[in-house]
Design a protein around this ligand. Structure first.
Ligand code: ZN
Length: 175
């Protein structure tokens, strides 16, 4: 049986015991941008952040894209989030290819060239790229300066979170 079929069957069973208060308005305190890598699926638990307290925004490579900013506009300006954590990680798949190599790889797989996505956000240095994501969000005119933005790298071999927030990121409320 496929995992989706399993999930549908599980939902039929579990919905009977569902807590209806989940339909209340969400009140997240922090937004977390991280990678879609399944090895990070327990990140909230490791950081002892309750699921209800976090808007988790994920994509491959922890890239601060236009669509991430779109989500943050809702977190910050509708739900009142005042802290943003960017959590890159060691051993990310986006370190494997250059932009050109990745485009060539997809061409090999599909036999086609396409205009979009124009960029895959491949990188070589997780520390530098995470700092760059902090600075990209920090300079965005729609993210108020009082919203704290801090960057981290999660080390998958040690389980440690290392802060890499650049000094010039000007986090007014950062500890
Ligand atoms: Zn990753």
């Amino acid at each position: 049986m496929s995992l989706i079929e399993n999930a549908i069957a599980a939902n039929r069973k579990n919905a009977r015991h569902h807590d209806p208060s989940l339909a209340n308005k969400p009140a997240p305190k922090v937004a977390i941008l991280t990678c879609m890598d399944p090895r990070l699926n327990d990140l909230l638990q490791w950081l002892e952040i309750k699921p209800a307290d976090a808007d988790v925004i994920r994509n491959v490579g922890t890239a601060a894209t236009e669509d991430v900013v779109r989500s943050l506009m809702f977190s910050i300006h509708v739900l009142g989030v005042r802290e943003v954590m960017i959590v890159g990680h060691t051993g990310c798949g986006m370190e494997i290819f250059s932009e050109e190599e990745f485009e060539n790889h997809i061409h090999t797989q599909t036999g086609a060239w396409a205009v979009a996505p124009d960029r895959f956000h491949c990188y070589k240095d997780v520390n530098l790229v995470t700092q760059r994501q902090v600075l990209k969000l920090r300079s965005h005119p729609w993210i108020p300066s009082e919203v704290v933005i801090r960057g981290f790298v999660f080390d998958l071999s040690t389980g440690e979170l290392r802060e890499v927030t650049p000094k010039d990121a000007k986090n007014r409320l950062a500890a």
